[in-house]
Design a protein around this ligand. Structure first.
Ligand code: FAD
Length: 341
């Protein structure tokens, strides 16, 4: 058969990283990315991009650990290359602090981040309201740079990139053999998935270049994450809220909470407020589906629902989605050779 035509719908973190993985694994595919929005208007542009896993209750821990490990290994190599600053990938050290000790004293990802250890009594003096903590070094993906770097690599691999809103995946069935659905919260409407819900997050991006360590308070409701050009202060987790408008009361509350962890933020400048919708469900939907109407078929691979942890697992889920695309291509090749017989 002719080279299979594959479309990835969505140009957020998941769409771009999945398209890059497909273009590397199947260079002879005719691959396109179709998306309504691009960076800087995606969820990843709001996020801090820290590699600290969120737990998906519907996915076995060993699978989540594998996704995190693959992502960490991939980004660690970039952070250790000449590409690091252009890609916006850097190591960052800091602390996760607790007022009451966590249920799991050693999280499942502790042997993947670097130098994980309990905080010393001397370190804890910085946080008089907290009783214990963990120190480690992890990675951070700054956006837009990381998304722009992914897009540049895609174009270098010959991938076509188009601005297009897809009203129904079926509208692509005449143009493409396989469609990969990476539409984030857009899948609520596009795929009619009732399990997928927004978890609204409001953050502040501030200029405070003297803040070099990350601080995460227990369950991650308050955090200070320093990046290359700005520090991300967070946050909120509002289940079921679709509002993308910043709330001034929440801005003040986030600033106050972060200042109580890092008093020097009092002098932070150039405060920008951003809101994003985490595409949340109990597990990432990584699944093949065959759509059929009137005897015609369209092979679909879904990869959405990364919730609060897309950065932490994106390369791992991109590899799994690529494996599913490979199964679709094999099925197409099988059916075309059967048709010739
Ligand atoms: P999106 O970025 O929303 O991309 C979806 C894409 O699909 C967009 O390009 C959109 O235009 C396109 N699209 C949608 N519908 C259609 C359609 N019908 N037709 C065509 N195109 C369509 N994760 C971490 O791991 N670490 C963190 O520190 C972290 N911090 C976060 C902080 C906040 C405040 C938020 C909101 C999220 C955070 N996350 C974090 C989570 C992470 O940002 C998300 O998991 C990730 O960005 C989701 O990426 P996505 O590509 O699935 O979605």
């Amino acid at each position: 058969m002719a080279a299979p035509k594959v479309a990835v719908v969505g140009a957020g973190l998941i769409g771009l990283s999945t398209a890059l993985c497909i273009s590397e694994a199947f260079p002879s595919c005719r691959l396109s990315v179709l998306s309504e929005q691009f960076s800087p208007n995606t969820t990843g542009d709001v996020a801090a991009g820290m590699l600290i896993p969120h737990t998906y209750p519907g996915t076995p821990i060993h699978v989540q650990k594998q996704w995190f490990k693959e992502t960490f290994t991939y980004l660690f190599a970039i952070s250790n290359s000449a590409e690091a600053s252009e890609a916006g990938i850097h190591l960052v050290s800091g602390w996760q602090v607790f007022k009451t000790p966590p249920k799991d004293e050693v999280p499942f990802w502790s042997d993947i981040v670097l130098g994980f250890r309990p905080m010393s009594a001397a370190e804890l003096q910085k946080f008089p309201q907290h009783r214990s903590g963990q120190a480690f070094t992890t990675l951070k993906c700054d956006c837009p740079p990381y998304l722009l770097w992914l897009e540049k690599r895609l174009r270098a691999n010959g991938v076509q990139v188009h601005t297009r809103k897809v009203a129904d995946l079926w509208e692509l069935h005449r143009e493409y053999d396989v469609v990969v659905n990476c539409t984030g919260i857009g899948a609520h409407q596009l795929g009619g998935d009732p399990e997928l819900l927004p978890v609204r997050g409001q953050v502040l991006k501030v200029h405070a270049p003297w803040v070099k360590h990350f601080i995460r308070d227990g369950d991650g409701s308050t955090y200070v994450y320093p990046g290359i050009d700005s520090v991300t202060l967070g946050g909120t987790r509002e289940k079921g809220s679709w509002s993308l408008s910043p709330d001034p009361g929440t801005t003040k509350d986030i600033f106050d909470r972060c200042r109580s962890l890092e008093p020097s933020l009092q002098r932070a400048q150039d405060v920008r407020v951003k809101v994003g919708l985490r595409p949340s469900r109990s597990s990432v939907r990584l699944q093949r589906e065959v759509l059929s109407r009137g005897g015609a078929k369209l092979l679909v691979v879904h990869s959405y629902g990364h919730g609060a942890g897309g950065f932490s697992v994106h390369r791992g889920t991109a590899k799994e989605a690529t494996r599913l695309v490979g199964e679709c291509i094999a099925a197409l090749q099988g059916s075309s050779s059967r048709a010739k017989l």
